[in-house]
Design a protein around this ligand. Structure first.
Ligand code: SF4
Length: 362
């Protein structure tokens, strides 16, 4: 199918009609995606408006900056200010608050922080810097894999090290399900992240929790097509992993990316903002690469225990799909993209931000 077809209005409406017809036999279906890019596409194309009332399309923990712990943000800010080093990170990360300051607002306190589009640019700036530079390395396997790959293939400047807060989606989802924190009937799997991991890591999710799991792309036809595939599985009483995104994603994933990840990182327990410590859900440097690990190299106190997030912030419930953004009392009143209180209002991938862009202050 041509790429333009994935936005084709007639095809979109026909899929929406098919979903409406088939959904009649279900009382209620809660379908969760775990990717900020999916939430962005769903909001931008108003796909929720095309679904019948008994289908709830929920945004799960799929926005990388939203799940970055405030303790990690505090740690990098405090260290950066006290030791006069350069902090390099992605634009989305700059405005997410720790317990008091974001990286951007901490620049008023003397933090030197620079936005980069990727590790290659961070290397460039580190080479210019006459002091230590730390790359605050955020994101799921989609971002961790290129970081690992670059580390393997270039000579890094000696003054550059890394503070990894990378997360691994399949294990994060699995552990949240085990803990009974996700009340859902099916999952739309993240197209981008699955291109790296492949779909095998989700087999356990489908089989252990009787959840249809369908990996999807990011156009309207992809998302609605995935919902229809999920409903077909439920109709036939099947729960398996399927791939709607065959034009870019294969079951095995990207073996080179997986090797780069395995060579550089270990899978470790990790703190997800508002959700606590999740077993085997993060990427941390292998011992061989301790010299690149800023937490160890500079003895930075990082988040090895969990504390609750700011009072009144309901981002954790938004991330778990238990409330929708307008149910947070701060939504649009105090919290908006110009003054984000919680992380979900910051990034293009944040659920509250996407709802606000479409619905405004409701
Ligand atoms: Fe968090 Fe703001 Fe969303 Fe409330 S409205 S859940 S504080 S981002």
């Amino acid at each position: 199918m041509q790429w333009s077809k994935f936005k084709d209005k007639d095809l979109v409406l026909s899929l929406a009609h098919g979903i409406k017809q088939k959904a009649k036999k279900f009382d209620r279906l809660r379908i969760m995606h775990v990717c900020g890019t999916h939430e962005n596409a769903i909001a931008r194309y108003a796909l929720r408006d095309l679904l019948p009332n008994n289908i709830k399309l929920l945004a799960g923990p799929g926005c990388p900056v939203c799940v970055t712990s405030s303790k990690d943000i505090d740690a990098i800010i405090n260290y950066g200010i006290k030791n006069d080093c350069t902090i390099l990170t992605f634009g989305d990360m700059l405005r997410v608050k720790g317990s008091a300051y974001s990286l951007l607002s901490a620049s008023k306190l003397g933090l030197y922080v620079k936005m980069v589009y990727g590790l290659d640019e961070a290397i460039y700036y580190a080479k210019q810097a006459k002091k230590d530079a730390i790359f605050f390395s955020v994101g799921f396997e989609t971002t961790a894999a290129p970081v690992a790959s670059i580390i393997k293939s270039v000579n890094l400047p000696e003054n550059l090290s890394f503070f990894s807060v990378h997360k691994y989606t399949p294990n994060g989802v699995l552990e949240l399900l085990k803990a009974g924190k996700l009340n859902i009937d099916a999952l739309i799997l993240p197209g981008h992240a699955s291109i790296v991991s492949g779909l095998a890591p989700y087999e356990k999710v489908a089989s252990s929790f009787n959840l249809p799991c369908v990996a999807a792309g990011f156009e309207p036809v992809d998302v609605l097509g995935a919902i229809l595939m999920i409903i077909n599985q439920l109709e036939d009483n099947i729960c398996k992993v399927e791939n709607e995104y065959e034009r870019l994603l294969n079951y095995e994933g990207n073996k080179l990316a997986q090797k780069a990840l395995n060579d550089i990182f270990d899978i470790t327990d990790s703190i997800w903002r508002g959700l606590g410590i999740i077993k085997n859900s993060g990427f941390e440097f292998k011992k061989t690469y301790n010299y690149l690990n800023a937490k160890l190299k500079f003895n930075i106190p990082f988040s090895d225990s969990y504390t609750e997030e700011q009072k009144g912030c309901r981002c954790a419930e938004v991330i778990l799909g238990t409330i929708e953004p307008p149910q947070c009392p701060m939504y649009a009143k105090i919290c908006n993209p110009h003054n984000p209180v919680g992380p979900c209002m910051v990034s293009d991938e944040g659920t509250c931000r996407n709802w606000w862009e479409v619905k405004g202050d409701i």
